[in-house]
Design a protein around this ligand. Structure first.
Ligand code: DGY
Length: 339
């Protein structure tokens, strides 16, 4: 009997998904969360045929050097700035991500942060829990926030998630403007009721600005001191994209100085560390990168990553045809590259 291929699961995962993988593979699954170093990743990946990875597992040429066994890495997420696709392709490894299944949940969460930041939900809750309400003389004009309905929603990055955020704006009677590398087809613009504007116009006009662009070297600090200075002082900024797209230090200054009304942040530069100046501010809602974390969606993401590995390694109903490959061309060289 030939040995089963080996698969490493870098994060603790739903038991039913691990059981599905175990039908085909010898599975080694991490039982606790851990941010793996390059040396650890190198060692783990040297002995397996496939891996399911967390977004903090950085795979590059150094990690893959001399690895002639690994065939597939499946990211547990849609963003893949942790994967150096050029290096991965050069090493003949297939990379996959989990698009689509999380679009609607992430869009819901962008709205949750926008509403919470605009209406000061976090600060009000902290105040109440601290016991300040009873016996206080809360005034009629205390806790005033910024309206969401009827205002202008700006979206920077208008891919699938940006469009899902825009579609929800209809129920809030908002005007939607967006900035993107390329203009959306007219039918999609109509469906989203969204108008393309330049980035400076987006910054100037948005009452609520949501960032949904992928992290690339060019997008680092796409929102920094200069961009923040162009925004309305009554505006709300939401980042559900990636840490590093916003200059968190500059944002903390703008929030502290009243140059921006509020912010809702799910992602941070250097997360899980959060800029200490943000932690001290009451006009920012902070969450630990959980935009996709609904029960159904996280299960779908885990299943999709597992199905990608199963198919890539030649098993299951979709054998040889992984669902969401990022660099499918590498598969055509497998017959010659791999033993
Ligand atoms: C992703 O999958 O890239 C998102 O950041 C999840 O929240």
């Amino acid at each position: 009997m030939t040995a089963k291929p080996k698969v490493w699961v870098a994060r603790p995962l739903f038991p039913d998904v691990l059981a599905r993988l175990a039908e085909y593979f010898d599975v080694q699954a991490e039982a606790v969360e851990h941010k793996h170093t390059a040396a650890e990743l190198r060692e783990k990946l040297a002995h397996v045929d496939g891996a399911l990875l967390g977004l903090s597992d950085r795979i590059d040429a150094e990690v893959l050097e001399g690895n002639h066994r690994l065939k597939v890495v499946a990211n547990l997420g849609v963003g893949y700035n942790n994967l150096d696709l050029d290096a991965i392709s050069k090493a003949g490894v297939l990379a996959c991500n989990t698009p689509d299944v999380l679009t609607e949940s992430v869009a819901d969460y962008a709205w949750a942060l926008m509403l919470a930041a605009a209406r000061r939900v976090g600060a009000a809750e902290r105040w109440l829990r601290a016991g300040h309400w009873a016996g206080s003389r809360m005034r009629f004009d205390d806790w005033l926030g910024v309206d969401v309905h009827g205002r202008t929603l700006g979206i920077l990055g208008m891919g699938r998630i940006g469009q899902a955020i825009a579609r929800r704006a209809c129920g809030f009677d908002m005007r939607v403007i967006y900035h993107n590398r390329s203009r959306l087809p007219e039918t999609v613009e109509r469906e989203c009721r969204a108008t393309l504007v330049s980035k400076p116009e987006l910054l100037r006009q948005a009452d609520h600005l949501v960032l949904v662009l992928p992290f690339t070297a060019a997008n680092r600090h796409a929102i920094g001191a200069e961009e923040l200075a162009q925004m309305k002082s009554s505006a709300v900024l939401v980042n559900i994209a990636r840490g590093g797209i916003v200059d968190d230090a500059a944002l903390a200054v703008a929030l502290r100085d009243g140059k921006l009304a509020a912010a809702g942040l799910d992602v941070f530069e250097g997360e899980p560390a959060v800029h200490p100046d943000l932690l001290g501010l009451d006009n920012v809602v902070l969450s630990p990168h959980i935009a996709s974390a609904s029960e159904d969606t996280r299960r779908s993401m885990a299943r999709m990553a597992a199905d990608n590995v199963i198919a890539a390694l030649g098993y299951g109903e979709a054998a040889g045809k992984p669902l969401t490959p990022l660099n499918p061309a590498v598969m055509s060289h497998w017959a010659t590259r791999k033993a």
